[in-house]
Design a protein. Sequence first.
Lengths: 280, 426
Amino acid sequence: MNRLIASVAVGLFFVLSVLAAFVSGAYTAITEPAQETVEHAFHKTPKELHLASDGPFGRFDKQQLQRGFQVYSEVCSACHSLKYVAFRDLEQLGYNEAEVKAIAASKQVPGVDPNTGEANTRPGLPTDYFPSPYPNDIAARAANNNAVPPDLSLMTKARHEGPAYVYSLLTGFTNQPKALLERFPDAKTPEGLHYNPYFANLNLAMAPPLTDGQVTFADGSPSTVDAMSKDVAAFLVWTAEPSLDKRKQTGWPVLGFLLFATVLSYLAYRNIWAEKKAKH
Amino acid sequence: MSFPWANHYTPSHPVMKWMDEKLPLPRLVYNAVGAGYPVPRNLNYMWNFGVLAGFCLMLQIVTGVILAMHYAANAGVAFASTEHIMRDVNWGWMLRYAHANGASAFFVVVYLHIFRGFYFGSYKAPREMIWLLGVVIFLLMMATAFMGYVLPWGQMSFWGAKVITGLFGAIPVVGEPIQQWLLGGFAPDNAALNRFFSLHFLLPFVIAGVVILHIWALHIPGSSNPTGVEVKSESDTVPFHPYYTAKDGFGLGVFLLIYCAFLFFMPNQLGHPDNYIPANPLSTPAHIVPEWYFWPFYAILRAFTFDIFFIPAKLMGVLAMFSAILVWFFLPWLDNSPVRSGHYRPMFKKFFWILVIDMAVLFYCGGAPAEEPFVMMSQIATAYYFLHFLVVLPLVALMEKPKPLPFSITEAVLGSDDAAKLAAKS
């Protein structure tokens, strides 16, 4: 009986203190209803995006990855690094060894003068990683209105619905809606920032980076902002997970074998238990 | 201990005879998980999860040891070394995804194992020690998983470490010194990362040790069963091998199918995108959330938002979160009903399912941002959680009228038992 009283007392202590919190929370919710925030009202979830690499059977479209790489090289790389990707990885996009060497050599990477030991730059080798556009974060911040352009290697894994987010952000720049300024007069986009409803706090330091026809694709594909954004999103899916194709290719035989083994083990189980089960 | 009718280990091959005299390890295995361990014949699929949990532990140790060969526990390079594993180590992406999803699989299996225990009263005498050791294993698993999540040194790693060690800061007077001592500094940094790596490597072997005690304690009374009626005669049992090795083999196959579907086709589904952003002490994520398996307890932590007299809300939350698991230690003495299985306890059964729903609500709220209505929902759910274990279970045990139990396991399975007829005649 003492035990019962003790446990009920401890239980009621926790129950009453959490209910006190509930009552105080409910009182606050009624007397001071939460203010709608501009982010909550105007932030949009990413647009739908379908890529060749989607789904369990999806595979990279190498032509598209090459186009995305071209957009990254000619546009994004001016501000964004890609530090976990090496030039040698580009062979996976369908470039041959000579092409990879040429791509690497076209970029300057940090080096050391072999005679004086002083820091300098040299043409890249396939074993080098993509060089960063800025020597450090302070330089990046100084050149970009106090915002550091993030590394793009893992971008599509580092955001909810990553590929669709990248695509939506690149195509989502627009003027601030009138309704926004009417409801939230203080929320005018500050000088030097750019309104984009797909960005978490709606105002982005990056200016709209793409314009129609900015890049000329070797395969003659259209270079509208929409098409280029899709290509970059596809390319960044690859940079975030170069092993994606191999992963799915490995997965199917593994699941096939396991299914076969599981069916066999089920039959073995039924067989062994046949005499022990109740006969109805 | 075993039942008198248990098969005896009789090696026939000269090498095995020699081995049995020098080191009877095959005998130990034979009696532990072989033909020498008689097990109730009526175990349902809910009894598969013990073996599966053991499998998960081995999977985590094997993949983890290999990952440790390539990982660098230094705050400057930890994130890059994780990407090195993903990109440059042969099959490194598979090892890392196997380990990360293996942790989730381990918790799925262990939660099912624990709820099996709740429903079928597996914690009741004479099996209290098995239960207590099980709760110890669960606590060790939580500590191990938490420290493992810190190792990639992403944003959630860093901020998770900060929030969880911050819980110790809620202890009055000595809280802050304890927090600094745990972290080796004022905030998570290299010292914290190094010790978390060291402990993350050590604790799985401690878990393996407690698992051995857990199984040892299990073999004294033998396995429980869905009727909750103890074994009475040989016809109530079957040898573990081949009967349950076969059933566990099938269970393992189903488990691996689901696990591999995650591993190969949605390996990041259970993770948080922010952990692919390198740790940055100057940028707080919008919503700091732990891994999904901590969500119910995280919801309890955040439910306490009101100071109770001299106890600050934060301390109250920490107390409640730890008590939510510590209360399981007292479960064998809180639930005094002589009937074990929920099958024969109509009132208990209803409350059990309310607890399941309650845990689901806590789970949902723990993953949601700390806003209304989630906070109020988690407060109601937290209230029921404590009510269930500390008030409902003791009272139900007093008030409930259980349904009649079968005479024996054999009768429950076959509809009749020769031993029961004999008992009725005499």
